[in-house]
Design a protein around this ligand. Structure first.
Ligand code: ADP
Length: 653
């Protein structure tokens, strides 16, 4: 009981604890790995969204500042956002206010063709070098032209050929007058007549009075830049660019560069405004304008533009950001959000785009990019699952291995302990058996001796039986004492045998004959077939005799019912075998090893019926070991057993 408690406390409980902690730790480890991935997903997505947020925050702030400052949103759009393609202003009804919409009717007016006849003749004369003639024809066309635009157009040609004819003053005056005549009128049907007249005037003036020419040309450029941007101002812009070309090297380079870049910006705005016109429709369509709080931005995604709209009073401003460029920037933000050695990748998804397989989490990029989203997914989904299961397997294996080791240790220990306990039991049984074994021959000797002493024997035969019993019991006693003493010496490790070349046949015969008498008294038929001579084997004759005697006495004890014992010898080249056979109870197969253990006594009740100490065969085994041989047991065919002493024949030198 105490043993069970100690065992449970020192082995079973720690093993269970080890298993419990090992497995729960493994599960915790797995959970922490999952948590690490989840937090990486969260942080990556957060970083990606924050990156996008920063980009739009900056734009919104700049745009709001610009609107608050009252400056035109069309000036230096790059300062509002590097991605800004276009800024438009719409009125409350959704009509485009700036840039002004294109008011031109489609195509050129029919009566423009009125000019064609005179124009063709004039051009022919001009080609022939008759500039004066050409000038006259253009003059006539101008006089007859219906409407101020056609008049102005013809006058431009007239002034141009006058200049070619070298009549500079006239040309200059004509240009000036035409420009005045057209007034600040913008281009009509794409014809910036006034602008062209001013350009012509400036060019002609440059030759006569360069300073005055430069002044006029600069004024042409400034007036275009000062005018409100309009979708039909392409003609004016090209006039202004022409003017800049003529001013090259003639005026301040900084002024030139700044005006050129402002003209470029306007040209680009016009280009994008035309290109993105269809995308503006949703804002421009009256009634569908969604009013949001002043200063708040609302985003819509078009094909090319990412539109941000905001109200300022009654005015709606729409900013078209370059969707492709913004996306590039979003990708940069997303890439920065991913850990270089991380397990999670983030992908930008267009509206309707299916997320990659194994997507863990998806976060919308609204309000800035409605419909767009970012998705986090494992860089290597299978690898992640594999790593997780490998880790789990490794940990569980480790735990199982340690538990198995503990279990093995526990089994070994319990075996050892039960062995020791068995031995202790056997030892105490041995002590009881020895005293019992001693008592019975002593009692017999004493009884028979006393009978003789008191003259109780009836006749000579009776007396003789008494003597026989005394001799037999004394022999048994001395054998027992020999065995016990030898065994004690063996246990102490002080038992030594002196091996010397002696006649084995003689040794065996003496042993057999010594026992024969007591056997015959018991009515046992002892058959001995020992060859007269046997190979010379170095041995301790007393020890071999003791071994044989022990076997014979066992055969008599456990083979009593058979009443037959046979001693025979087999000579083999490598060993001499001495067999002791009986037809007794036999040795069950599972005991054939153990019967040679010290103190071991057979379990068979028939074996238990005979008294014994359990050391006889242990001594035989020890003796045989000392002779370099062994003892074995086999069932005797039919019934009983045969014990064999194997004595090795020394190899010849
Ligand atoms: P003991 O005879 O004192 O019990 P041994 O060491 O001589 O001790 O024998 C051990 C056991 O071997 C015996 O208890 C018995 O069960 C078994 N045994 C020995 N010799 C024989 C035999 N000839 N036939 C059957 N069983 C035997």
């Amino acid at each position: 009981m105490r043993f069970v408690a100690v065992y449970a406390l020192t082995i079973v409980a720690p093993a269970i604890l080890l298993g419990w902690f090992g497995i729960s730790d493994s599960l915790r480890g797995e959970a922490s790995m999952r948590a690490a991935v989840e937090s990486e997903i969260g942080s990556s997505l957060q970083a990606a969204v924050s990156g996008v947020e920063v980009l739009f925050d900056q734009f919104e702030q700049n745009a709001a500042n610009r609107l608050a400052s009252g400056h035109s949103v069309q000036e230096s759009p790059g300062e509002i956002s590097p991605y800004l393609l276009l800024a438009v202003r719409l009125d409350e009804r959704g009509e485009m206010v700036s840039p002004r919409p294109d008011t031109r009717a489609g195509g050129l007016p029919d009566h423009l063709f009125f000019l064609i006849g005179d124009y063709a003749s004039a051009r022919r004369l001009e080609q022939q070098g008759d500039f004066a003639g050409a000038a006259l024809l253009y003059q006539r066309a101008a006089a007859e032209a219906p409407g101020v635009v056609l008049q102005g157009t013809a006058r431009l040609q007239w002034a141009r050929v006058l200049a070619r004819a070298g009549r500079m003053r006239e040309a200059e005056a004509l240009y000036t007058e035409t420009a005045r005549m057209m007034g600040p009128r913008p281009a009509v049907w794409g014809l910036p007549v006034a602008g062209l007249a001013r350009l012509g005037e400036g060019k002609v003036l440059l030759q006569r009075d360069p300073q005055a020419g430069v002044r006029v040309l600069r004024a042409v450029v400034e007036s275009v830049l000062a005018s409100a941007p309009s979708l039909d101002e392409a003609g004016e812009l090209s006039v202004a660019l022409h003017a800049l070309d003529h001013l090259e090297t003639r005026t301040d380079a900084d002024w030139l560069a700044s005006r050129r870049s402002r003209l470029d910006v306007r040209a680009q705005q016009i280009y994008w405004a035309r290109r993105l016109l269809p995308e503006i429709q949703p804002f421009a369509a009256g009634g569908r304008l969604l009013r949001v709080a002043s200063g708040a931005f609302r985003y819509t995604v078009g094909d090319v533009g990412l539109w941000a709209t905001t109200w300022q009073g009654d005015q709606l401003y729409a900013f078209a950001l370059d969707l492709a460029a913004v996306l590039d920037q979003v990708l940069v933000a997303v890439r920065q959000s991913m850990r270089p050695d991380g397990q999670v990748a983030v992908t930008v998804l267009a509206p309707e785009e299916p997320p990659p397989p194994n997507t863990f989490e998806r976060r919308s990029l609204a309000p800035w990019m409605p419909g767009w989203s970012v998705a986090a997914h494992p860089v290597d989904a299978e690898g992640l699952v594999r790593a997780l299961s490998q880790r789990r397997m490794r940990r569980i294996l480790l735990v199982l291995l340690s538990m198995a080791t503990v279990a093995l240790g526990a089994t070994l220990i319990s075996r050892l302990v039960s062995r020791e306990m068995d031995l202790a039991r056997l030892k105490s049984a041995f002590a009881a058996n020895v005293s019992h074994e001693l008592r019975s021959p002593i009692t017999q000797i004493r009884l028979k001796g006393e009978s003789l002493q008191l003259g109780l024997a009836e006749d000579e035969d009776d007396r003789q039986r008494h003597y026989d019993t005394i001799v037999r019991e004394a022999e048994r006693l001395s054998r027992l004492v020999d065995n016990v003493l030898d065994f004690a010496a063996i246990e102490r490790g002080t038992k030594n045998y002196t091996l010397r070349p002696a006649d084995l046949a003689y040794t065996l015969r003496v042993a057999v004959e010594t026992t024969r008498y007591s056997m015959e008294v018991r009515g046992v038929d002892l058959e001995a077939d020992i060859p007269p001579s046997l190979p010379v084997i170095p041995h301790d004759p007393d020890a071999i005799a003791q071994a044989l005697t022990n076997l014979l006495s066992n055969a008599a004890k456990y083979g009593a019912e058979g009443h037959w014992i046979s001693v025979s010898v087999t000579v083999l080249p490598e060993e001499v075998q001495v067999h002791v056979a009986d037809r007794g109870i036999g040795v069950p197969p599972d005991e054939r090893e153990r019967i040679f253990d010290q103190y071991y006594r057979g379990k068979d009740p028939r074996a238990r019926r005979s008294k014994g100490t359990g050391i006889g065969l242990a001594i035989v085994k020890y003796i045989m070991d000392a002779h370099g041989g062994r003892v074995s047991v086999a069932p005797y065919p039919g019934r009983g057993s045969v014990f064999t002493l194997h004595l090795p024949v020394p190899s010849k030198p």
